[in-house]
Ligand binder design. Structure first.
Ligand SMILES: Cc1cc2nc3c(=O)[nH]c(=O)nc-3n(C[C@H](O)[C@H](O)[C@H](O)COP(=O)(O)O)c2cc1C
Length: 338
């Protein structure tokens, strides 16, 4: 463990955990069970506020604290309808870490979070955004490549590593997108990451409470099956989400083509067409995760879905990663010493 401890000391201290391995928040998935299980196994869990009613989020925070005394974060989606109420709640409940996702938090919102005593993290997918977030007062950054699952940026991790991780040394940076192995984690730590964040892999933990069909779809899928939402042309605005290709994705392409044709023929306004596009996926993640509708629900997953093929207990999953990371570092050390 010596080599690893030296490399990720900054991340350990920042998060207050044994392993600076974050289980990225996943709406409808990252509940008190998953978050406490990650924390109790030595990692760092993030509760997903998503679109949750405020009283439900309050209960999730309380239940997490009942099951674990380890630090955890709450992930707030800045574009969620009840986002401001979520922010007030987590500040009142003094959740130790607040992660802003969705779009960029305002300086005043970061201030509210920090004044509650929380450490604040935000996503950054460009050097300019990273600098803007640092200037707004965030304490740490999550650098996520477009191979990740869920809502994604447009730039892959290989590029972001060079643009941001190797360029910015001011605050801890946690790297996400496509990571499933301790071996890759070791290399990211060598490049200066304070730790890593994974989503897709944690779905495969026994403690992750989703419909079994959701996990089965993950086991079957190959890396190339996890595609970004198809966007037909540029007339309609489509938010990029990475998910496993299914009937829903194909229907979504057909819908866009129909809407574009109708709009060109003057049968539907652009505004109404856009509304139909946005309405298509409403409730779709819940349908996949909770109801197990793998044909038409949204099977959000990263390309890393092609690297996961078994369900395993949380502790085993983390222990395996630590062992592999340590082996990788020893190999590197041997290579360098000859
Ligand atoms: C099903 C699913 C739901 C997600 N929901 C959220 C979310 O609510 N908030 C967020 O910040 N990120 C969300 N993410 C992104 C993850 O937190 C994480 O950053 C990402 O999965 C990392 O890439 P990986 O899947 O390749 O490990 C989600 C990812 C998945 C797979």
């Amino acid at each position: 463990m010596e080599l690893l401890d030296t490399l990720w000391q900054k991340g350990q201290q920042f998060l207050g955990v044994k392993y600076p391995i974050m289980a990225g928040a996943m709406t409808w998935i990252s509940n008190h069970k998953l978050v406490s299980a990650v924390g109790n196994a030595g990692g760092f869990g993030c509760l997903a506020a998503g679109n949750m009613p405020v009283d439900q989020l309050a209960k999730e925070i309380d239940k997490t604290r009942d099951l674990s005394d380890k630090p955890f974060a709450t992930n707030l989606i800045t574009i969620a309808p009840n986002y401001r109420d979520h922010l007030e709640l987590v500040a009142k409940k003094q959740v130790p870490f607040i992660i802003f996702a969705g779009s960029f938090p305002r300086g005043s919102e970061i201030k509210i979070a920090k004044e509650s005593g929380a450490k604040v993290l935000a996503f950054a997918s460009l050097e300019s955004i990273a600098r803007r977030m640092i200037n707004s007062g965030v304490d740490g950054l999550i650098l996520e490549g477009s191979e990740a699952g869920g809502h994604i940026g447009h730039v892959s991790l290989t590029i972001l590593i060079q643009q941001v991780l190797l360029a910015i040394k001011d605050i801890p940076i946690f790297v996400a997108g496509g990571i499933t192995s301790g071996r890759l984690m070791a290399h990211l730590l060598l490049m200066g990451a304070a730790g890593i964040q994974m989503g897709t892999k944690f779905v495969m933990s026994e403690e992750c409470d989703v419909n079994p069909k959701f996990k089965e779809a993950f086991i079957k899928a190959r890396a190339r099956d996890a595609i970004a939402t198809p966007a037909v042309g540029s007339e309609l605005n489509v938010v990029a989400v990475r998910a496993i290709r299914n009937k829903g994705m194909d229907d979504f392409s057909d819908l866009q083509m129909n809407l574009i044709q109708q709009n060109r023929a003057g049968k539907i306004s652009k505004k109404d067409a856009q509304y139909e596009v946005e309405n298509f996926w409403v409730g779709a993640l819940r349908r996949a995760v909770v109801d197990g509708d793998i044909d038409r629900g949204s099977l959000m997953a990263g390309q890393s879905v092609g690297l996961v093929n078994k369900v395993q207990p949380m502790r085993e999953m983390l222990d395996e990663m630590i062992r592999d990371a340590q082996d990788e570092l020893l190999e590197i050390k041997n290579r360098l010493s000859c």
